[in-house]
Design a protein around this ligand. Structure first.
Ligand code: OGA
Ligand code: NI
Length: 350
């Protein structure tokens, strides 16, 4: 990657009312359609029913099977996180982004001239012709706990740290329930994915803030990508839509279900399932009237582990589809390709 150039925060740009700088404007072919896309009929899965094993879980298991093989995306309910706690999380995130810039900059990802992966900011511009996302973010390691950079964790709002800690613990339970169900679908030992994550899994939280945009027809909140994680848990904005998913060349919008969490399969589980599970390409559109927030929790295997298909999903009829590599190497390539808008999962194919 070449020398990175730091760009202004999108929030400042949006508030200044100045004309849209060229680095945000997409080439015509990549601009979002003006016509509203169809809503995706995305399955909602009740985890409490799915894992009960009383015989009544079949219907939920069928929905899950359909979801992972078609969309790679589904919503879950039936976990211990209360709707009021999810609202508290959204609230504290909004409050953080509404703070004055100099307060937020205490968590800045900029150290001198250098952009750090963690902290508050936006991506540096690696190439001159790179189109930047209409989005500011706060990106923080949450697990393992000893890897937390507490110097970057906001102290303001004062409940931020406590809420993020609690949210980390609660969503980890949801991730593990989902992973149990996914291993069962593949007829693997049910703890297969949970054990792959283990105590050393790297979990990162990304708080996204998409300011209102005067020209949502020219920009994207996040350009098309699939996640490099094993899975991602997304807490979407409660009112403002924007997330879209690509299927057979068309974009579909993901509807909001206020108290559900969205599960997005990542590249790592696509490789480990030998392509049976699909990691969907998705993007976020901007909105001319309202700003939008979201929280993504990315679950990733420990960097020194090997990323490869599970033994039970490779045979003569289904040979191994992806190169075997260290998680660390995969992620390095992932971030490099991400800034180029190139898919790592395609690159990883044998
Ligand atoms: C992401 C992402 C979607 C959203 O952070 O990787 O895809 O709705 N976010 O904010
Ligand atoms: Ni994503």
């Amino acid at each position: 990657m070449g020398k990175e150039e730091v760009v202004e925060m999108v929030q400042e740009l949006a508030e200044s009312g100045q004309a849209l700088p060229g680095c945000y404007i997409l080439p015509e072919k990549q601009r979002p359609d003006r016509a509203s896309p169809s809503a995706l009929d995305i399955p909602v899965i009740d985890l409490s029913l799915l894992l009960r094993e009383t015989g009544c879980e079949d219907d939920q298991a069928k929905r899950l099977q359909y979801a992972v093989q078609s969309w790679g995306l589904f919503q879950v309910i039936g976990y211990d996180l209360s709707p009021s706690f999810l609202d508290e999380v959204r609230d504290v995130v909004r409050k953080f982004f509404q703070l004055p810039m100099d307060v937020k900059q205490k968590s800045s990802n900029l150290k001198g001239e250098k952009l750090e992966p963690e902290g508050y900011g936006n991506y540096g511009v690696a190439r001159k012709d790179q189109i930047i996302d209409w989005n500011d973010r706060l990106y923080l390691s949450v697990q393992p706990e000893e890897k937390r950079r507490l110097d970057l964790w906001p102290e303001n709002p004062c409940s931020f740290r406590e809420i993020l800690h609690e949210y980390t613990i609660q969503t980890r339970k949801v991730a593990e329930l989902v992973l149990l169900a996914l291993a069962k679908l593949l007829k693997l030992e049910k703890n297969y994915f949970v054990n792959q994550l283990g105590d050393t899994a790297e979990v990162r939280a990304r708080f996204n803030y998409y300011p209102r945009c005067s020209r949502p027809d020219l920009v994207l909140g996040i350009n098309p990508h699939s996640d490099g994680s094993l899975i991602t848990i997304l807490l979407p904005d409660k009112e403002v839509e924007g997330l879209q998913v690509l299927r057979d060349g068309d974009w579909f919008k993901v509807p909001i279900i206020p108290h559900a969490l969205l599960i997005n399969l990542g590249n790592q589980i696509q490789i480990m399932s030998n392509g049976i599970f699909k990691s969907p390409v998705h993007r976020v559109t901007a909105n001319s009237e309202k700003d939008r927030i979201s929280v993504a929790m990315f679950y990733s295997l420990e960097p020194e582990k090997t990323l490869e298909a599970a033994e039970g999903v490779v045979d003569e009829t289904r040979p191994c589809l992806y190169k075997k590599m260290r998680v660390k190497d995969f992620l390095n390539i992932f971030f490099e390709k991400y800034t180029q808008g190139v898919s790592t999962i395609e690159w990883a194919r044998i």
